[in-house]
Design a protein around this ligand. Structure first.
Ligand SMILES: [Zn+2]
Length: 310
């Protein structure tokens, strides 16, 4: 059985190494990091802790015996598992299913394209085309600072289209996999998001992997909210809108509010409730629940019950 590097990457991004190691070794929080007496030192237990866990990068390092690695390395060594067993154990902890024989894929280009699109949408929000969207945000009490923090944007319906801009920088085959475009019967690409307020959906590492887009003015036959389709880098049931952002404020909040929509996350943030996340483009899933619980001990669920979906 082979496991693709894209899955491993996604798995390691979903796992909190502090929980993995903390479940096996006593960790002490000290100076913004987590320390333990090294479990791998050959010569008996250490007197002072020289084993450090880096939550950010999902790695550990011992300054004594130089043992280091990620959560998979740790489980292999500490629990004596082989690679596949370690991957399966981690996957079950975060509710991911290990795909058998998934083709190896380079995910980096789709992510680069989405990151670039987020920059373009942000520029467009600040341009004169974004005036109505900015007015909408102001009306909702959202400051420029908050908009910038979440990298909110505006997708224009004018030329050059997003596709025309991106094709200058990226390969067509990668662009096709980004989820940003549909293609019509003639096989021509069109921008999926046009004339919408854009919410970049970031993974736990802060990379933009998808978007939600909201219409500012009602339009006949158009859904108020539109989301990127699933891609190789965006699996809806695992992702939480705002999780990366709130962890920029506090890596391990005492509690996390789970709310319904992107605007709820942003509205709460604006009112100093900087620990809310929303499920992204789907109903709330078990996988998202497990993921939240790996970053906090308490979840408050705040759904208003009307208008399912948003
Ligand atoms: Zn050591």
């Amino acid at each position: 059985m082979s496991i693709s590097s894209s899955f491993i990457e996604r798995l390691l991004a979903s796992v909190n190494i502090v929980d993995v190691i903390g479940g096996r070794v006593t960790l002490e929080r000290k100076g913004g990091g987590y320390w333990a007496k090294c479990p791998f030192h050959g010569s008996g237990e250490e007197r002072t802790a020289s084993f450090k866990v880096y939550e950010e990068t999902g790695t550990y390092h011992c300054f004594g015996c130089k043992e280091s690695g990620n959560a998979i390395h740790f489980l292999r060594k500490y629990d004596g598992l082989d690679f596949i067993e370690a991957v399966e154990m981690l996957a079950s902890q975060v509710g991911m299913e290990v795909p058998k024989q998934e083709a190896p894929i380079d995910t980096s280009n789709a992510t680069k394209i989405n990151n670039r699109a987020a920059e373009i949408f942000y520029e467009q929000l600040k341009s004169k085309d974004g005036i109505n969207t900015v007015a909408y945000l102001k009306d909702r009490g959202i400051s420029g600072e908050t908009a910038k923090f979440f990298q909110l944007g505006y997708s224009t319906n004018k030329k050059p289209t997003l596709h025309q801009r991106l094709i200058k920088e990226f390969e067509e085959t990668d662009i096709k996999e980004s989820g940003l475009f549909g293609n019509n019967d003639d096989g021509e690409f069109y921008d999926r998001f046009r004339d919408r307020l854009m919410f970049p959906i970031r993974n736990i590492k802060g990379e933009c992997i998808a978007f939600g887009g909201r219409l500012i003015e009602d339009k006949n036959n158009q859904a108020k909210y539109l989301n990127s389709p699933e891609t190789k880098t965006y699996k809806k049931k695992y992702e939480l809108y705002g999780l990366f952002e709130i962890r920029e404020i506090n890596k391990r909040p005492d509690s996390i509010f789970l709310v319904e929509g992107y605007m709820d996350v942003i509205g709460l943030f604006q009112h100093d409730v900087k620990n809310a996340v929303a499920s992204s483009g789907t109903a709330f899933t078990q996988e998202q629940l497990r993921k939240i619980l790996s970053y906090t001990n308490t979840i408050h669920i705040v759904f208003d019950g009307d208008e399912a979906g948003h």
